[in-house]
Design a protein around this ligand. Structure first.
Ligand code: IPE
Ligand code: IPE
Ligand code: MG
Length: 249
């Protein structure tokens, strides 16, 4: 049976009735629908983002308790700069606040915190906070928790191509896909097995274009602030029951 798996900063291994080998190693989540959720409650869009942070906390704990190796969440895309300045500013301040409030507990859990995306788009201060979170947790051996911020899959691949072009040690003619992955922001993470998107949209929106090449896709109409452990487990159970062929028969 499922045990209650939220609210604690201590690891509580959870039995979700799935063979360990059938669990996704790496889950990526497009946390969508904060704005519509807020509108539905008669609140400002920003209130939706604040509520979304609470969901994120619960889902991270749940993933860790289930023994998921890596969780990557889409927090801010390279396209999200198109939003009104007040909303962008609110989201950026939420990153700082989130790190200030949650970093100690994530560290205590043994999580490795990482950021992907072009962080040069952020203020010096935020970049320092991100670097601090990464260096504090880099030797941890628990869940690899990656926040995609100013992230775009195309931007990441283009930046990787530029790094490769400048790498005088690279042997272009014999370069393999595995070699190319070393230049991506996600280097070292297991392949993405499952992409979850909330709030009913069925698109990738420039998320992990390279990494999700063979991921299973699962979506729900539930907006991110209302997403919970029960649905998260439902997604994982459905993943475990799917037949992945990777081009074979
Ligand atoms: C996702 O929720 C959060 C971010 C993109 C930062 P949205 O803000 O996209 O919410 P909707 O899709 O407008 O409802
Ligand atoms: C994708 O959501 C980005 C994040 C969740 C951070 P959007 O709400 O920005 O995506 P579109 O514009 O609906 O495709
Ligand atoms: Mg959206």
């Amino acid at each position: 049976m499922l045990r209650k798996i939220f609210g604690s900063s201590k690891k509580q291994p959870v039995d979700i009735d799935i063979d360990k080998e059938k669990l996704p190693r790496h889950i990526a989540v497009i946390m969508d629908g904060n704005g519509r959720w807020a509108k539905g409650q008669g609140l400002l869009r920003t209130a939706g983002h604040a509520a979304g942070v609470k969901t994120l906390k619960r889902i991270l704990i749940s993933a860790d308790d289930m023994g998921i190796e890596a969780l990557t969440v889409y927090a801010f895309s390279t396209e999200n700069w198109k939003r009104p300045k007040a909303e962008v500013d609110f989201l950026l301040s939420l990153f700082s606040e989130y790190l200030a409030k949650e970093l100690a507990e994530m560290h205590e859990r043994g999580a490795q915190v990482k950021f992907i995306g072009d962080r040069t788009g952020f203020s010096e201060k935020l970049q320092q906070e991100m670097a601090r979170a990464e260096s504090l947790t880099e030797n941890n051996t628990g869940i690899r928790f990656t926040i995609a911020a100013n992230y775009g899959g195309r931007d990441e691949i283009l930046r990787a191509a530029k790094l490769l072009a400048k790498d005088t040690n690279a042997d272009i003619d014999s370069l393999t896909e595995a070699d190319f992955e070393k230049y991506l922001d996600t280097f070292g993470a297991p392949p993405v097995d499952l992409v979850i998107r909330t709030s009913g949209e069925m698109r990738l929106s420039n998320f992990l274009l390279w990494q999700a090449a063979y991921a299973e896709f699962w979506y729900t109409n539930t907006p991110w602030p209302d997403f919970n452990e029960r649905e998260f487990i439902e997604a994982i159970k459905e993943f475990a029951a799917r037949n992945r062929r990777f081009g074979g028969v």
